[in-house]
Design a protein around this ligand. Sequence first.
Ligand SMILES: [Zn+2]
Ligand SMILES: [Zn+2]
Length: 133
Amino acid sequence: MRLTGGCFCGAVCYEISGELRDARSCHCSRCRKAFSSQASAYALVNSGEFKWLTGENLLTTYLGKHGFGLQFCSKCGSTLCGVFESTIHGVTLGCVDGDPHIEIGWHIFVGSKASWEVLPDGITTYEEAPPAR
Ligand SMILES: [Zn+2]
Ligand SMILES: [Zn+2]
């Protein structure tokens, strides 16, 4: 399977030669800020299957606590991926092109969701983190 993704302005593009895993959406206040949205929409990738095609030099990295960071396009601001200790960890689903053949499996930290967010019926939610699997 080959997936591609890219930012809003099109300068940064990537390719994934495998499958996305563990798609999740986190509604905590930190993710709302980091993803400028009601929640994150994020899936894991195998780092060996991820490759930047164009614009890698335009990426800016914001490193948060515990070695986890986000990389975004310095031209348009799209957040493209998460990194852990400078290795690719996952991608934001909003920047994936087309149908990645995965759906968000769980919505986590809905106990601290924004007051203005209305959760749809039929989704799997956890008040905080999901139980260890
Ligand atoms: Zn861009
Ligand atoms: Zn979160």
